[in-house]
Write a protein that binds this ligand. Structure first.
Ligand code: TXA
Ligand code: MG
Length: 347
């Protein structure tokens, strides 16, 4: 049975974190909050413990894990080289929602990297996460704490909905602030490459680096991405979803029109929309509102909760309204396109 411990986000009870750290050292699985989403942690230097992560999530073995550290100096044990670009990003955005892909050392088990010669490393900003890692005394391998293919968890309740009975304990510090995962940047290329948009925005990366490449696979479904996890269907809610992309009110009008048409045809319709668009929908539509239109931080913070609403309120089809790709909107749109399986209507 999975233990559920509630802690204060800023001043967590260290006796609880100590217990969780002991579970990690003994090879167990601990779900814990970060500033992005909840992570499913294991001792990142113990291949047996890492294997349990893949089993608990049903995760494909070729999808490598992020090693989470509590102190920037730990990078030198795990990474063979830290190029100047990477050092600049670390200085600017660590601790924070940024994961760097670097050449790995032999200390890093193959189970973590899926056999790649690179390793993904992140220093989280969450006090609970950092103190847990510090007390564990090892790098903590942690993917998002969801069943593979499901939306990432932003509350302890989300974690338990997917993983209750499969992990030793969950540390609950309330909802995560950012709500989408960390930005993944490959620093082994001459010009660093954005592999997954996330909490540190593309604008922020460009401000620090001057120049950033974007993995072409982020543009669509037909190119194999360089972050192995980005190729899998992801973040998907229970019913098939179509994403309506358009400027101004075009997507809103299209979603409202299609919702009315589908309901008239007897389908149960769900909608992932702004508050403004929710007002245009027939009252029988199950509306998951991600926030006021244009508030991209709110859209990120609420996106996965919105997608999980349809677990409790089953529908036949889901219609989603696009957001702008500025700031955190780029990460939100990346997740919406994947959740929709790239069923996109341009309007
Ligand atoms: O915000 C986050 O990053 C959360 C919290 C828990 O820290 N973690 C998370 O982990 O999102 P996960 O496993 O769900 O996503 C990690 C992503 C995957 O797309 C994976 O393929 C990619 O990072 N990745 C990991 N190691 C890599 C490597 N060596 N090269 C390229 N991509 C890598
Ligand atoms: Mg994940």
């Amino acid at each position: 049975n999975t233990k559920h411990y509630v802690v204060d986000r800023e001043k967590p009870d260290f006796r609880i974190l100590d217990q969780a750290a002991a579970v990690l050292r003994q090879g167990g699985l601990v779900a814990f909050p970060t500033e992005t989403v909840y992570g499913l942690g294991a001792n990142g230097l113990d291949p047996g413990a890492v294997a349990r992560i893949f089993a608990a999530k049903g995760r494909p073995a070729d999808n490598p894990l992020i090693l989470h550290i509590a102190d920037v100096h730990e990078v030198n044990k795990l990474a063979a080289r830290v190029p100047a670009n990477a050092a600049a990003l670390m200085a600017e955005y660590w601790p924070g929602p940024l994961t760097l892909v670097l050449a790995r050392t032999r200390l890093v088990p193959d189970a973590v990297t899926g056999g790649l010669d690179t390793v993904a490393i992140r220093l989280p900003d969450s006090t609970v996460a950092r103190e847990l890692i510090r007390l564990a005394g090892v790098p903590v391998a942690a993917p998002s704490a969801n069943t593979s293919g499901r939306p990432s968890p932003t509350t302890a309740g989300d974690v338990l909905a997917d993983l209750a009975g499969r992990i030793e304990l969950v540390i609950d510090a309330g909802p995560c602030g950012i709500g989408v995962e960390s930005t993944v940047v490959d620093c082994t290329t001459p010009v660093p490459t954005l592999l997954r948009p996330g909490g540190v925005t593309l604008e922020m990366l460009i401000a620090t680096l001057g120049e950033v490449e974007v993995d072409p696979a982020l543009g669509g479904e037909n190119i194999v991405p360089r972050a192995p996890g980005m190729k899998y269907t992801h973040y998907a809610p229970a019913a098939p979803m179509t994403l309506y992309e358009g400027e101004g009110g075009a997507a809103a009008a299209a979603v409202a029109g299609e919702a009315a048409r589908l309901e008239a045809a007897g389908r149960r319709v769900g909608a992932v929309v702004s508050a403004e668009t929710a007002l245009l929908l027939p009252p029988t539509v199950v509306a998951a509102v991600y926030g006021i239109r244009g508030d991209l931080d709110a859209a990120a913070a609420n996106l996965y909760t919105a997608l999980r609403l349809f677990d409790a309120e089953p529908v036949d089809v889901i219609l989603a309204e696009s957001v702008s790709e500025a700031g955190l909107g780029l990460a939100v749109m990346n997740r919406l396109r994947k959740a929709a399986g790239y069923r996109i209507v341009h309007c």
